[in-house]
Design a protein around this ligand. Structure first.
Ligand code: NIG
Ligand code: FE
Length: 437
């Protein structure tokens, strides 16, 4: 049977499908990760109506695929082709920045002490509450454009700088509008405040911290989340998942359990910020509740990692945050020993990870945490898609979304080797080549 295509990518040095087999060596570690890359030397990709229809060696393309009349043809010019990256953990929607407190942090003051003096997350909350939906969309769109220039085609967007019903809904609406592909054609030369730049998935993080006005009565804020915010977010269809920051200075184990159970009941998938500073049992909780991922994990013990692995919870590494906070990074060999899948994300946020560069994060995951280059490549694509609960992307296989990126490097291992500053030469979103990406 011959397949019809409306887009082909040719001229590649290699295509990494991320759909290779898991070997008996396991899913992680040098051998397992290498096989899972599904590397096709001189590979080609064909798509139709926004989905991949064929991936294989370019010399077999002609016998397998016919091009439709207006088919687009992308010449990779000897570069590597990867699935579009999934940035599976971001706080993309916020106003203001925190460069002043960054100076205090670098002078030695702790994250917690800055937060206790009214800085930290609350300072971004004040700026975000004061911003209009259009202003927030403009800011998030600029960040999304930068992410896309690095080859990102799907971005997870958390709320969590509103921390009151209306402001949380506004942030989630921005996340949704940002992902309305095709609804807001980009206009040449004007500020890109229109959304539609990347695909998004949205996560409700009303449980980021207890906002200042509820500090004396935190139980009321947890009630507010469970009784008003989650029902409103779910009934308006504004979030795909719910996240809780379970750590010292944020929410405790019982509060996290109640919030996540309520969210699960409302039909939301679950995520968790766990073990950034202390292990409060987040690995076990994520496993017990069937969360998609637990993220940060710098302080997580082996018991927590093992529980996550048994339950298929993905571990998300956030190098920008451990670097900014000057923490001891997690150790990939412990994750490997537990058989835990490792994803990597930017954690783009104004406090602990002001970056929109997934390749910088991948490079730091390799240097600081000891991931192999192959594990890093899996970590920003297929493992990130799993962490975000998106089985239709992160890999190039027939039926998957035709979201891909071409890089001007013949060997894809160069991408996490460079210390950031890696840009895609082409990005394809839903089978549509993006000009000037
Ligand atoms: O993922 N850990 C909690 N939340 C963010 C930081 C948010 C902030 O400082 O504004 C993070 O690192
Ligand atoms: Fe985060």
């Amino acid at each position: 049977m011959t397949l019809v295509a409306d887009l082909v990518v040719v001229g590649a040095s290699e295509v990494l499908t991320m759909a290779g087999p898991s070997t008996p060596l396991g899913t992680t570690g040098a051998g397992g990760a290498e096989a899972r890359l599904g590397r096709i030397p001189k590979g080609a990709v064909a798509a139709h109506s926004g989905r991949i229809v064929w991936v294989g060696p370019e010399r077999e393309l002609g016998d397998s695929v016919v091009l439709g009349p207006d088919a687009a043809r992308i010449d990779a010019r000897g570069g590597a082709v990867l699935p579009g990256l999934v940035d599976c953990h971001t706080h993309l929607v916020f106003a203001g920045d925190r460069s002043t407190e960054f100076a205090r942090k670098m002078a030695g003051e702790s994250y917690q002490s800055i937060a206790a003096s009214g800085g930290g997350i609350m300072s971004s909350v004040r700026a975000t509450r004061a911003a209009t939906e259009e202003a927030l969309l403009a800011l998030a769109s600029e960040r999304a454009l930068r992410l896309r220039s690095h080859g990102v085609t799907t971005v997870e967007c958390k709320s969590g700088y509103g921390l009151e019903l209306e402001a949380e809904l506004r942030c989630l609406r921005v996340g949704r509008r940002l992902g309305e592909i095709g609804a807001h054609p980009e206009r040449e030369g004007t500020p890109p405040a229109y959304g539609g730049i990347v695909r998004t998935t949205t996560t409700f993080l009303g449980a980021h911290v207890v906002p200042a006005e509820h500090r004396s009565d935190r139980a009321r804020y947890v009630d507010e989340i469970c009784e008003r915010m989650i029902p409103a977010v779910a009934s308006e269809g504004l979030a795909d998942a719910c996240d809780v920051y379970l750590d010292e200075g944020a929410f405790d184990h019982d509060e996290a359990r109640r919030i996540l159970s309520t969210a699960r009941h409302a039909g939301l998938a679950l995520r968790l910020h766990a073990g950034q500073f202390r292990d409060l049992g987040g690995g076990e909780l994520a496993a017990e509740l069937g969360a998609l991922s637990a993220d940060h994990l710098e302080a997580l013990t082996d018991t927590g990692l093992a529980a996550m692995s048994r339950a298929g919870v993905v571990g998300v590494l956030l190098p920008g945050a451990w670097r900014t906070l000057r923490q001891t990074p997690p150790d990939a060999s412990r994750f490997r020993a537990a058989g835990l899948a490792m994803a990597i994300a930017t954690d783009c946020n104004p406090g602990t990870s002001p970056t929109t560069d997934p390749w910088l994060c991948a490079a730091l995951a390799v240097r600081d945490a000891g991931l192999t280059l192959e594990e890093a490549l899996l970590g920003v694509t297929i493992e990130a898609a799993r962490a975000a609960g998106l089985p239709d992307r992160g890999a190039l296989r027939p039926g998957a979304l035709a979201d891909l990126a071409v890089f001007p490097h013949a060997d894809a291992r160069a991408l996490p080797y460079w210390l950031g500053d890696v840009h895609a030469s082409h990005v394809v979103l839903g089978g549509r080549p993006i000009s000037g990406a």
